[in-house]
Design a protein around this ligand. Structure first.
Ligand SMILES: Cc1ncc(COP(=O)(O)O)c(C=O)c1O
Length: 403
């Protein structure tokens, strides 16, 4: 027992007692927790399998090679794989550094329209080092406007075109992006952090075969440990590996690499495909019920695990809505909606995601219940204690995996 043990227990209780609708969060299995908390954390393994700087890496080499093999099997690809990235943000930075020079132009989805900070936002190092130009979504459809992407690509002649994001609810046409990139002589990168589990579960089109480089986190829909991964066509192997080590990282987190490998193995089970299908069914059911309850959903729905709700008709904005729902035991994040006139610190939207509640075993019926709880809280603030009771009952019925 140490002074952190009660806090870790308290966090376990919180996760168990509340409902998580944060689109980027999930619950990992006991096997993954075990690997991530194993003696592998004791080992330094700078370098790559067969080429380490320190002795004692015989077992670690087998673990890293197995993780690579499993990642290739899972995504049915012969792309080169680097399983060492500590997380998604630095996987992206390394991917850029593997093929670009500082100051080079990159075309990416803007954060305000569903992209990610590491896609060139000025507060991110990525936005300081590279010359980012951003495309957005169409004002009417709230979907990516491929003609605009092509026009911007022709105008700015980027060396790299990036797609993927953290708050985009529709399928992305990777083939179309790839054609645009080829037309202007750019490389094409997909950040599939959010949708990796959906791609693995075959409920989202795959970027493999279209993108030159693919980055991802492993802890969102893919339901692995908090970490990153990079895939690339063979010609980018040397650049990617060097950009990770020694370019931007030191010793790899071998315990996490083992946990990632287990996540890939889990995602190859038929039950994971059912899980991915249910994530999307749940997302659609939740969005549909909220629409029936009178809310507007950005882009009029969802094709993946997340969607944005437009709070503008209601008296509350993102910050207050997030807080009220938290008081009711529903954990969610405020989010900008496209063309938001509010600041990102109190935006006009809420982002809903179903990976975590789906892991707990919830289905469409529970999504309707959750939508009604959200509606009640947003309509009538005095309802929070009563809704909190309903949420607690629901959370008790669907336990989180792990210890
Ligand atoms: C699309 C996308 N890329 C990259 C990241 C960064 O991942 P991490 O938080 O692991 O650095 C995220 C995280 O939310 C993301 O949504």
């Amino acid at each position: 027992m140490n002074s952190l043990t009660p806090l870790i227990q308290a966090e376990y209780d919180r996760q168990q007692q509340e409902l998580c609708l944060i689109a980027s969060e999930n619950y990992v299995s006991k096997d993954i927790l075990t690997a991530n908390g194993s003696v592998l954390t004791n080992k330094y393994a700078e370098g790559y399998p067969g080429k380490r700087y320190y002795a004692g890496n015989n077992v670690v080499d087998q673990i890293e090679n197995r993780a690579i093999e499993l990642a290739q099997q899972l995504f049915e690809t012969d792309y080169h794989v680097n399983v060492q990235p500590y997380s998604g943000s630095n996987a992206n930075l390394a991917a850029y550094a593997s093929i670009l020079e500082p100051g080079d132009t990159i075309l990416a989805l803007s954060l305000a329209h569903g992209g990610h900070l590491t896609h060139g936002h000025p507060v991110s190092l990525t936005g300081k080092v590279y010359n980012f130009v951003h495309y957005g979504v169409n004002k009417e459809t709230e979907m990516i406007d491929y003609d605009e992407v092509l026009a911007l690509a022709k105008e700015h002649r980027p060396k790299l075109i990036v797609t993927g994001g953290s708050a985009y609810s529709m399928f992305i046409d990777f083939a179309r992006f790839s054609r645009i990139a080829r037309e202007v002589g750019a490389w094409f990168m997909v950040d599939m952090a959010h949708i990796a589990g959906l791609v693995a579960g075959k409920v989202h089109p795959t970027p493999f075969g279209h993108a030159d480089i693919i980055t991802s986190t492993t802890h969102k829909t893919l339901r692995g440990p908090r970490s990153g991964i990079i895939f690339c066509r063979p010609e980018f192997k040397k650049g990617v590996d060097r950009a990770i080590f020694p370019g931007t990282q030191g010793g790899p987190h071998v315990h996490t690499i083992a946990a990632k490998a287990i996540a890939f193995e889990e995602a190859m089970q038929p039950s994971f495909q059912q899980y991915a299908q249910q994530i999307v069914k749940n997302s659609k059911a939740l969005a549909f019920r909220l629409q029936q309850n009178g809310f507007r959903i950005v882009a009029d729905g969802t094709e993946n695990h997340l969607f944005l709700l437009d709070l503008r008709p209601s008296p509350v904005r993102g910050k207050e809505a997030q807080l009220l729902l938290e008081q009711a035991g529903i954990i969610i994040n405020m989010n900008s909606i496209p063309f938001d006139e509010q600041s990102p610190t109190n935006p006009s939207g809420l982002r809903f995601g179903t990976p975590a509640v789906t892991t707990r075993g919830m289905k469409e019926k529970e999504m309707e219940q959750i939508a009604d709880c959200v509606t009640t809280v947003l309509r009538d603030h005095t309802s929070v204690p009563a809704v909190a009771e309903t949420v607690a009952q629901l959370a008790k019925k669907f336990r989180i995996p792990g210890y």
